[in-house]
Design a protein around this ligand. Structure first.
Ligand SMILES: *Cc1c(COP(=O)(O)O)cnc(C)c1O
Length: 430
C-alpha cells in the first residue's frame, strides 16, 4: 500500500511543477520523496502519515521559537480578527520599525517588504540609485534571493564577470555583476583596484548560510568595509538568515562591522511572509515617495505578518535567550562530531548562535570550493538514516541547519543517540 505521503506527492506533481513551491523542498539533492507535513509544535513536526520528527529545518530559519509558539499564534489570531490588510499605514508597523532600529544600530530607517528576495533586490536598486553606478559585487555560494541580477555564478578567469545561473536571465542583466570568492581578501582588493569607483554595492552574507555554513575569516569583513568606505560603495549585509538568528545584535554585532544597508527576513516575520531592508538615513531617503528610487508592495507591512514578527522579537529579547540557544546548538555539533570521529568517519561541524553546519569533510570549509569537497553521498546516507529515526535535517548537503528555543537538551541527546546508532553501523550501510 502506498503511503498518503506518496499519493500526495504523485498528485502534486500533476498540478505543481515538481510537486513543490520552492525547489529545495523536492529532495532532488538527497533523493527520495519529500515529506508532506501537517502539524508542528515546538521542536517537532508531524507528517501526513502521523510520523513525528525533531525538526532541524525550522522552515529554513524563521522558526527560532519553534513551531506554533503560543504567544505568536495568539498575536496572529487577535490581529486577524480586526482585518487582514489595509494597504495603509498601521501603528504596529511603526512599532516594529522602531524596534528594528533600536536593536540594530546601523539601521536608522527601515522599509518592510514580504520576502528576502524583495529585500535584496530593493537594496541593490537603492544602492544603484544612491550612487548613480551600475556594477555590483557578490560572492560565489552566497544567496540573496532570486532577483535576476543576483542569479549569477563565477565565470572563468581570476576576476570574473558572472554568467547567469538560471535560464531566463539575460547575460546583459548580470553583466554588471562581479562574482568573487568568499573569504578571498586579495580577490576583493584586486576587484576594487580595477573597478572600485564604478561599484555601487557589495552584497554579502556576513555568515554564509546558503552553501552549508561558512563563517567569515578574520580580516574579510573588515577589509570589505574599508574598501567600500574608501570607494563610496554601499555595503549591504544580507542578514535575512543571520538576523536575530546568530544573536540579538545579528552578525554585524557579532563581527563588529557596520554596513550601510542591511536586509532582514526569516526570523523577523516569525513564520509569516515578512522581510525588510534598512540602514543609513541619507540612503534610505532616496526611496519613493521622498526620492527617485521606486519600490512598493501591496501587502508590505501586512498587519498579521507584523504581529507574528513583533511577538517573536519580544521573546528573543529575554535574558539568556541566545546563550541558551547557542549552547544547545553547540551541544549538537560537538556531539555529532564526537560520535562521528569515534567511529572513524570523516566529519566536522560548527555552530554560530542558533545555526549550524555539518560537513562530511575533515576540516571546516572556508570557501565555496571547500564546501563542494564535502562527501555528498555520505551526507545523503546520514540524512535518510536520521529521517528514518525521526530527525528532520535540511534535505541537502549544502544548506545550514537550525535549532530553536523549543529544542530541549533531551531532544539534542536523543539526536546524538540516533547518530551513534547510525555511525556505529556506518561501514555496513555501504
Ligand atoms: C532565505 C534567504 C534569502 C531569500 O529570502 P526569501 O524570503 O526566500 O525570498 C535571501 N538571503 C538570504 C541570506 C537567505 O538566507
Amino acid at each position: 500500500m502506498t503511503s498518503r505521503n506518496q499519493q500526495l506527492f504523485e498528485l502534486s506533481q500533476k498540478y505543481i511543477p515538481g510537486g513543490v513551491n520552492s525547489p529545495v523542498r523536492a529532495f532532488k539533492s538527497v533523493g527520495g520523496t519529500p515529506i508532506f507535513f501537517k502539524r508542528g509544535k515546538g521542536a517537532y513536526v508531524w507528517d501526513v502519515d502521523d510520523k513525528s520528527y525533531v525538526d532541524y529545518v525550522g522552515s529554513w530559519g524563521p522558526l527560532i521559537l519553534g513551531h506554533a509558539h503560543p504567544d505568536v499564534i495568539k498575536a496572529v489570531q487577535t490581529v486577524a480578527e480586526n482585518g487582514l490588510t489595509f494597504g495603509a499605514p498601521t501603528e504596529a508597523e511603526l512599532e516594529i520599525a522602531e524596534l528594528i532600529c533600536q536593536l540594530i544600530p546601523s539601521i536608522e530607517q527601515v522599509r518592510l517588504v514580504s520576502s528576502g528576495t524583495e529585500a535584496g533586490m530593493s537594496a541593490i536598486r537603492l544602492a544603484r540609485g544612491y550612487t548613480g553606478r551600475s556594477r555590483i559585487v557578490k560572492f560565489e555560494g552566497c544567496y540573496h534571493g532570486h532577483d535576476d541580477a543576483l542569479l549569477v555564478k563565477a565565470g572563468s578567469g581570476a576576476l570574473t564577470f558572472g554568467s547567469p545561473s538560471s535560464a531566463g536571465v539575460p547575460a546583459e542583466t548580470v553583466s554588471h555583476t562581479i562574482v568573487l570568492d568568499y573569504n578571498d581578501v586579495s580577490g576583493l582588493e584586486k576587484a576594487f583596484a580595477e573597478f572600485g569607483d564604478e561599484i555601487a554595492a557589495v552584497i554579502v552574507e556576513p555568515v554564509a548560510g546558503n552553501m552549508n555554513l561558512v563563517t567569515p575569516t578574520p580580516g574579510f569583513l573588515s577589509t570589505l568595509r574599508a574598501l567600500c568606505t574608501q570607494h563610496g560603495t554601499v555595503l549591504i549585509l544580507d542578514e535575512v538568515m543571520t538576523g536575530f538568528r546568530v544573536g540579538l545584535e545579528c552578525a554585524q554585532g557579532l563581527y563588529n562591522i557596520k554596513p550601510d544597508l542591511t536586509t532582514l527576513g526569516k526570523v523577523i516575520g516569525g513564520g509569516m511572509p515578512m522581510a525588510a531592508f534598512g540602514g543609513r538615513r541619507d540612503i534610505m531617503q532616496c526611496l519613493a515617495p521622498l526620492g527617485p528610487v521606486y519600490q512598493a508592495g501591496t501587502l508590505s507591512g501586512n498587519p498579521v505578518a507584523v504581529a507574528a514578527g513583533l511577538a517573536t522579537l519580544k521573546q528573543i529579547q529575554k535574558a539568556g535567550f541566545y546563550e541558551n540557544l547557542g549552547e544547545k546548538t553547540k551541544r549538537l555539533t560537538d556531539g555529532l562530531t564526537a560520535v562521528a570521529n569515534k567511529h572513524g568517519i570523516v566529519f566536522s561541524a560548527q555552530a554560530v548562535g542558533g545555526m549550524f553546519g555539518l560537513y562530511f569533510r575533515k576540516t571546516i570549509p572556508i570557501s565555496f570550493t571547500e564546501v563542494m569537497e564535502c562527501d555528498k553521498e555520505a551526507f545523503n546516507r546520514f540524512f535518510h538514516a536520521m529521517l528514518n529515526e525521526g530527525f528532520y535535517f535540511a534535505p541537502s548537503a549544502f544548506e545550514a541547519g537550525f535549532v530553536s528555543s523549543a529544542h530541549s537538551g533531551a531532544d539534542i541527546d536523543r539526536t546524538l543517540v540516533a547518530a551513534e546508532k547510525i555511525f556505529s553501523a556506518w561501514q555496513g550501510l555501504n
